[in-house]
Design a protein around this ligand. Structure first.
Ligand SMILES: [Zn+2]
Ligand SMILES: [Zn+2]
Length: 276
């Protein structure tokens, strides 16, 4: 069994009418065909929450205000009624807005919720430009804060999967990664992760990003495994071509750490299936 759950039906910069392309049965079929070719049986989509107008009830960051154009219930109805894909969403953890996010999530029937941290608190971790957190930010402090927030996200219990867990390394080409043993940062997340029931995402998206590494680092994953957390495998594809991107690298990492099962989700129930 191979999975790809953290998948987007279109590119981030694509603002076209969803019914003109992204949210159509023929687009879903393109994803399904490529996934089948690559041996991925369990396929789901997880559009960014900030693309939907309902997200503005949770948070009104200017980037969200600019992005919120689609209707969340139309997306859910499309995936459920016109495709055979699992229905997920990629939702940001915004500290202080837990109740608002819970209202948005609990009102809909997901197969899984992918939790991400893209902003700290307003600064963007993986988006150069206007809100770039790295402009003048101290990497040591940002890393510490990032992993503390990741632990809190796990502890909320609102997420089934923790996405790209060490996203903070994304711009390793231009932002200095703190020196020494990075486990001093991972430790800040680990109590929250250990006390949660969350699955930890292994994402090959990092291989397409400047860092050129899988998310998360092997030592982070090892700590999660020691804490008893299961693994969810995804590519964070934004096009059919990116499905299962360089999974051979992820499978190598997982077998090196003795992982033999993957988390599979159905209506927010998790089970483990043999990997491969
Ligand atoms: Zn993300
Ligand atoms: Zn994503």
């Amino acid at each position: 069994m191979l999975t790809d759950y953290h998948v987007h039906l279109r590119r981030d910069e694509d603002q076209s009418d969803p019914r003109s392309g992204p949210f159509t049965p023929s687009n879903a079929e393109r994803y399904r065909e490529v996934a089948a070719d690559r041996g991925i049986e369990e396929l789901g989509v997880s559009e960014h929450v900030h693309r939907f107008v309902q997200a503005l009830e949770v948070w009104t960051h200017p980037f969200w205000r600019r992005s919120a154009v689609d209707d969340l219930d139309d997306y859910c109805a499309f995936v459920r009624e016109e495709t055979d894909l699992r229905l997920g969403i990629e939702a940001d953890y915004v500290p202080g807005r837990e109740d608002r996010l819970a209202n948005l999530l609990d009102a809909r029937e997901w197969d899984y919720v992918v939790g991400s941290i893209h902003f700290l608190p307003d600064g963007a971790i993986d988006m150069p430009g206007e809100w770039d957190i790295w402009r003048g930010g101290n990497p040591e402090k940002i890393w510490a804060r990032y992993f503390e927030t990741l632990g809190e996200a796990a502890r909320t219990g609102m997420f089934d999967i923790l996405a790209h867990p060490d996203l903070v390394k994304v711009f390793a080409d231009r932002v200095p990664v703190p020196g020494g043993d990075l486990r001093r940062f991972y430790d800040r997340a680990m109590d929250g992760i250990a006390e949660s029931d969350v699955a930890v995402e292994v994402s090959t998206a990092g291989l397409r990003k400047p860092v050129r590494e899988i998310y998360p680092a092997p030592s982070f994953l090892e700590m999660c495994l020691e804490a008893g957390r299961p693994v969810a495998l995804s590519s964070d594809a934004h096009s059919p071509e990116e499905l299962g991107f360089q999974y051979e690298r992820a499978l190598e990492l997982l077998s090196g750490l003795g992982v033999e099962q993957l988390a599979v989700f159905d209506r927010r129930e998790r089970r483990l299936e043999a990997l491969g």
